[in-house]
Design a protein around this ligand. Structure first.
Ligand code: HEM
Ligand SMILES: *[C@@H]1O[C@H](CO)[C@@H](O)[C@H](O)[C@H]1NC(C)=O
Length: 161
């Protein structure tokens, strides 16, 4: 019982820790420098984790280099990366918490229905962070701002998956 109470507190704690104004600005400005590289970002995720690519019926088993040039890939990349942009636009303002919850709730519901497990979302996170490290001006402050933001988002997501 105690264990679950502590666990529940941790989950709530993870959700309830908003980013500072500085952290939010850092996440938003670094994201602004790559947010339109949608195809590049999704391709980096698939390259790092072919098991994620394999879950997309349209893309499973196909050669990534040629997929990258297809309209279908661009459309999907736009949806997924665009979703991240929607979330990032909302961070740093507590009044946006309900909107963030709604978006994460939709993501959790649609992906739960597809049987996507937390482990695969963690892979996505790792690949996204690696992409950022390689493509934005990265330093310890940038890293801790992104860690805080992603911890919040993944905390909310995993509570609903
Ligand atoms: C981590 C592993 C993930 C897997 C395996 C996965 C898988 C999928 C699949 C199979 C679809 C349906 C594609 C289709 O219609 O043919 C989809 C749709 C979508 N995914 Fe993911 N996804 C993952 C992570 C994410 C993440 C991290 C985001 C956003 C941050 C995201 C956002 C979306 C969006 C916006 C759609 C389109 C709307 C919808 O159908 O829900 N996905 N995903
Ligand atoms: C925070 O969000 C609310 C509701 O969307 C908006 O009215 C307000 O202007 C925002 N505040 C800042 C500082 O952006």
């Amino acid at each position: 019982m105690k264990f679950f109470a502590v666990l529940a507190l941790c989950v709530v704690g993870a959700i309830a820790a908003p980013l500072s104004a500085d952290q939010a600005a850092t996440v938003q400005s670094t994201w602004a420098s790559v947010r339109f590289n949608e195809v590049d970002i999704l391709a980096a995720v698939f390259a790092a984790y072919p098991d994620i690519q394999a879950r997309f019926p349209q893309f499973a088993g196909k050669d990534l280099a040629s997929l990258k040039d297809s309209a279908a890939f661009a459309t999907h990349a736009g949806r997924i990366v665009g979703f991240i942009s929607e979330l990032i636009a909302l961070v740093g303002n507590e009044s946006n918490a309900p909107a963030v919850n709604t978006l994460i709730g939709q993501l959790a519901a649609s992906h739960k229905g597809r049987g996507i497990a937390p482990a695969q979302f963690n892979e996505f996170r790792t690949a996204l962070v690696a992409y950022l490290q390689a493509n934005v001006a990265w330093n310890a402050a940038v890293e801790s701002a992104w860690t805080a933001g992603l911890d919040n988002i993944f905390g909310l997501l995993f509570a609903q998956l």
